[in-house]
Design a protein around this ligand. Structure first.
Ligand code: SF4
Ligand code: SF4
Length: 134
């Protein structure tokens, strides 16, 4: 994970990032910062926001497209003439993706998110102690 400052663009309605180890709330920070190994394959790059990340407007959260839209995610990476053949690999991706991305194991992202105005943006609902901003 990157250990420098960088700017990421987050949907304003997205939940704030929870503390490391908390349940994943779909804030999207980790995948907007850089792709995971699966995301590198699906994005075709090692840096920047993962191209497989999907904003679920109705839910107000980010979702991993490898889980929720595997066929579309693969279609984004393949020429149109190959799209007819994507059903089997999309099923495989949807089946394997939870294990590959460690879905359901909690937030493993230690990044800190700061707003442009300099305030730390963190979901405190699962914290036992209030965060400090210094
Ligand atoms: S793993 Fe953490 S940073 Fe990534 S989407 Fe879930 S809560 Fe957000
Ligand atoms: S979890 Fe999914 S959306 Fe996030 S970086 Fe990995 S492949 Fe991309």
């Amino acid at each position: 994970m990157a250990n420098h400052r960088s700017t990421i663009f987050i949907q304003p309605e997205a939940p704030a990032k929870p503390a490391w180890g908390s349940a994943c709330n779909g804030c999207g920070v980790c995948c907007l910062a850089e792709p995971c190994p699966v995301g590198v394959l699906l994005s075709g790059r090692r840096t920047g926001a993962c191209k497989a990340l999907v904003w679920a407007d109705a839910l107000g959260v980010y979702r991993c497209g490898a889980l929720t839209e595997p066929r579309q995610v693969l279609a984004n990476r393949t020429p149109v003439w190959m799209h007819w053949a994507l059903r089997p690999p999309a099923r495989l991706l949807a089946w394997m993706a939870p294990r590959w991305i460690s879905a359901g194991t909690g937030c493993d992202c230690s990044l800190e998110v700061w707003t442009q105005s300099g305030k730390i943006r963190i979901d405190t609902t699962e914290l036992t102690e209030p965060p400090t901003d210094d």
